[in-house]
Design a binder for this molecule. Structure first.
Ligand SMILES: Cc1cc2nc3c(=O)[nH]c(=O)nc-3n(C[C@H](O)[C@H](O)[C@H](O)COP(=O)(O)O)c2cc1C
Length: 265
């Protein structure tokens, strides 16, 4: 594995664990002790209906650029990933072939990056994926703990290949540090991005960014300055739906797409 970035995610019910719910970056040396602390905190302050031996927190690992990974991140993905990367449409079969050649053909492959609807899921499964991971699509759900402005920016953006870009500009403006130079993050283009392209100094842009942070929801979107990490799939997202409905709709549409494609053969 080249690089990984573990996170301990906080469940909504676990605010008291928030000091431990931070991103660990690339340093996992503190990981076991954080888990132990979380276990001790849970023991002294149990949560109703949670078995004592189960930690009710998620521990997520991003395996960006991992040599052997089950999750394959295509270049269309929202948020951070390798700057030099391909779309899932070539990445997945090439990785599957390479894994099979080395005797790892039974590894489960999860496709991610640009998949926001049933057609994307159907495509991923025909490429050889056993499952998909969707990020951007769920930003257009009430369950996503983001500002209304962020959610609106996802729904309003059209033509994701043009409306988003992979860049480090947004990281620098919001002080997100720790990613290796070979990584950047895809976000919706906005005034901060255009100012950078037109040569505005980073100090000036940061000042404006900090001012925008105080202004609320209108500072997201095309005319705003706030960082809106999202994938190229934004152009396919037209409304906010509860997460459960998204999953049901995507599953049904993916089956329909596969049947339709099969009947066209
Ligand atoms: C704002 C944002 C934050 C993300 N944060 C994380 C994260 O903390 N851990 C992680 O594994 N992936 C993270 N991702 C990546 C998603 O899990 C997912 O792989 C990616 O969004 C998939 O591409 P899609 O957005 O085109 O669906 C993030 C994505 C976005 C858009």
């Amino acid at each position: 594995m080249d690089f990984y970035s573990p996170h301990i995610f906080r469940s909504n019910k676990l605010d008291r664990f928030s000091p431990r719910s931070r991103r660990l970056g690339t340093d996992i040396s503190t990981f076991p002790s954080l888990l132990n602390e979380a276990a001790t905190a849970l023991h002294s302050s149990p949560i109703a209906k949670t078995p004592p031996h189960i930690l009710p927190i998620g521990v997520g690992f991003i395996c960006w650029g991992a040599d052997l990974s089950t999750a394959l991140f295509g270049a269309d993905a929202g948020g951070h990933g390798l700057a030099q990367s391909s779309s899932i449409i070539t990445l997945l079969p090439e990785c599957a072939d390479a894994l099979a050649k080395d005797g790892y053909g039974d590894i489960t492959l999860i496709a991610t990056g640009g998949i926001v609807d049933g057609r994307g899921v159907a495509a991923a499964s025909t490429l050889g994926a056993s499952g998909v991971c969707m990020g951007t699509r769920f930003f257009a759900s009430p369950e996503a703990a983001i500002g209304e402005g962020y959610r609106n920016a996802i729904v309003d953006a059209k033509d994701g290949g043009v409306a988003t870009a992979r860049t480090t500009v947004y990281d620098r403006l919001r002080g997100t540090v720790g990613w290796p130079e070979t990584y950047n993050g895809r976000g919706v283009l906005n005034q901060s991005f255009r100012d950078h392209a037109h040569g505005m100094s980073e100090d000036e842009s940061k000042k404006l960014y900090e001012g925008a942070m105080k202004l609320g929801d209108r500072e997201w979107g095309d005319n705003g300055r706030m960082t809106t990490y999202a994938g190229t799939g934004v152009g396919l997202i037209h409304r906010v739906l509860p997460a459960g409905d998204i999953v049901r709709e995507v599953l049904k549409d993916s089956r329909d797409s596969l049947v339709r494609a099969g009947s066209n053969l």
